[in-house]
Ligand binder design. Sequence first.
Ligand code: NAD
Length: 384
Amino acid sequence: MAEEMQNGWDGLLESRIRMHGTHGPRTEPGASTVATPARSRPARILSSSPSHLGLGSSVHPPDRDIRSQHRDEAAPFTLLHRPHLGRAQIDRTTMKISGRTFIVSGGWLTSDFTNSASGLGRACVEDLIKHGANVAILDMNEDGKDLAAELGSSAKFFVCDVLDSSSISKAVEGAAEWAQQTKRPVGGVIPAAGVSTPATVRFCPSMKKKLAWRDADARGPQILDRNGSPFSLDDVDFVLGVNLRGTIDLVRQAVAHIAKSEPDADGERGVVIMVASSAAFDGQKGQISYSASKGAVASMTLPMARDLARHGIRCNTIAPSLFETRMTSAMSGKVRKSLEATFEFPRRAGRPDEFALLARQCIENSMLNGTVIRIDGGSRPSKI
Ligand SMILES: NC(=O)c1ccc[n+]([C@@H]2O[C@H](COP(=O)([O-])OP(=O)(O)OC[C@H]3O[C@@H](n4cnc5c(N)ncnc54)[C@H](O)[C@@H]3O)[C@@H](O)[C@H]2O)c1
């Protein structure tokens, strides 16, 4: 103790941390204090079994538990030494993006009207690259390949249909291989592929071909139509398939790779950022399937963060309201105005770069975990 005190508060702090770790008294070397899951518990998103949640393809999680690594003598606790604290924090923050590979789905479907891709996924890709990351872009639209090529060697496109587990597997494996070649480990996944309501196949004049398309004004079917007949479950299966199952499937396959990467000084390996919607809370008529899918994404944020904590992976969800993307580009002026009128301030649709800014904060700020963040200018729409 006297020796510790000679080194001042910092010496005491450091030696106590060495002795006890950051979360309490130390147990026998190598022993884990993490409670063994009860047999009856459902599968975690990353378990010791290779077929996570039984969704199909096999990906192999590591056995190591990040919390037992915290108790490792070699853990870099000296970073907590006060004189270096500011420096260490800066390093930790920048290292979360720069030098890593992120997997981002969606955002590369060209608008009928602008002939440019402008999704929330794309905005994240551009922002991450600007901050030193490599990004694996996953989208079902192959034209995204040419658009992605404009971003240079920091971006690589992988065709992927999130409704198809093996297609996700191929894309994620490709992304992980690329990460290995470039020595930029996979550090995060943003599953931003999504559909508002079932798409109808329509001819896109600018691209001279048929595309899955849905006018943003067009709502999905109501549970009972005018004649009192129940809606078809096709709507439910499709929207939940893309927005919910597709999100879970991409995340489970991506985190298996993130969990294999070296942890940073905080024991952190990476981040999951899912995309819900204000419709998770304020769904409108005809949005049963969409609201159900986004509500489910919001609801699974905390259990996912809990499952992934022992692997040093955080999980957050962003719930946007109206944003300027292809999904909303076909919206009529009338519908847009009535939606914008529900915003407190600013009274306008959000810009994709504003979404990307929040996504970056979700990556950089280690204390953001297990939470759903609305980004909506204070909009709380009642019935529109
Ligand atoms: N724009 C908004 O106002 C808004 C509001 C709330 C939530 N969201 C959500 O944000 C996410 C991104 O939407 P966006 O606004 O960028 O729209 P977007 O249409 O630009 O992007 C969606 C992307 O998902 C891709 N996609 C669709 N089905 C796919 C599949 N089966 N496999 C692979 N890719 C597929 C499309 O090709 C497209 O590039 C969606 O989940 C959406 O529900 C958007």
